[in-house]
Design a protein around this ligand. Sequence first.
Ligand code: HEM
Length: 415
Amino acid sequence: MSQAIKIDEIPLDEINPARPELYTDENVLELFKRLRENDPVHYSEDPTFGPMWSITRYEDCVAVDTDHKRFSSSDQFGGIQIDDSIVRPPVEGVEISAFITKDQPHHAPVRKSVQPIASPPALDSFKETITQRTSDILDSLPEGEEFNWVDTVSIELTTQMLATLFDFPFEDRHLLTYWSDITTSTEGSDHFPGHEKRVEGLMECLEYFTKLREKRANGAPNFDLVSMLARDPNTKDMDPMNFLGNLLLLIVGGNDTTRNSMSASINALNQFPDEFAKLREDPALIDNMVAEVIRWQTPLSHMRRTALEDLEMHGKTIKKGDKVVMWYYSGNHDESVFENPREVKFDRPNGKSHLSFGFGIHRCMGLRVAELQLRILWQQILEKFEKIEIVKDPVRVSSHFVNGYSEMIVKVTRR
Ligand code: HEM
């Protein structure tokens, strides 16, 4: 727990934001505040993940994210997370590649092949299904009894959505959650199964989807992510590791992130009950509320880049080949942009300017899908519930990448 770590006492030059155990509570935000104020381009070395630069101010995160000519996302240099072993696990013959870990010209054609899944007509076509499923799950919740919101609502809803986007056999949908979890857990974080086990699980994923791809390539046209990858001229002949990488990107992209925003919204409601009252009075605030929760939570704490040339930032020299980490979690709590950033305010005038979806060419492809799911969830919550009360301290995941919850015990009271 970071409380045990005593954040204020760590000398500035010894701060190492890569340590996963810092992220089990919100105190890590105090550490980022110190960095923003005193050392906005901060160097650290970690025994597992090696050396890196931490970018902690809002404007600097935007500057790096929008400068893809000097800051690479490529898996060639280790990809987009602090932990290089995500793209290059130390298992012989395995290198996993996806369009999020590609620079131009390789990135755009693959993104284009799957982008229709988040187009306005596609979103319209999903609305009814999402509304029905959300309503069914909320109606099935036991009133007055304690249960874990994370498993029962957040994971179940996002997994169902993912099954829809892939048109994945519904009865096997728990496999999507499993593949997502083993992909995102890093060394030292919860549920890390070890590299061999992770690769074994991912190979099962590849096998499962390869069969689906063959069927969809030759069957009747269908609107789903597997069909798009199977039929687009730029992706239909993708080699297995590329196919796997892109599948994992789409699985993880749509899963952990949205799931944790759903849980975060319940946490926000409990920590800031006046905001809930505001929302009841003016349900039109739901759009702002969704953005504000995504800012406050920052479902992915960071994205990483690699410098393609020597450059100066705030008097520090970043060398070609150095790892540069944009801490969105810190930028979203930069008080020079967001007043009283640790507070949730559903009517915050600039809540929508958050960094959580990134900027630049890799800006989240599924952000409208995520927002739609959260909006519908909250419309339904307002209709159906008087109160959703957290009855025990929520348990946060210890990860420097996925900022989330593994447990949130709640009790609901219906209207
Ligand atoms: C609250 C929910 C979500 C958050 C916070 C989130 C966050 C992000 C972030 C930070 C990036 C990288 C941005 C960058 O490097 O500049 C990203 C990329 C991406 N996201 Fe999301 N995401 C969410 C939901 C989704 C959903 C629902 C999907 C799929 C339906 C999705 C699919 C993707 C894909 C495919 C990319 C790669 C885009 C590219 O490289 O061009 N995301 N997301």
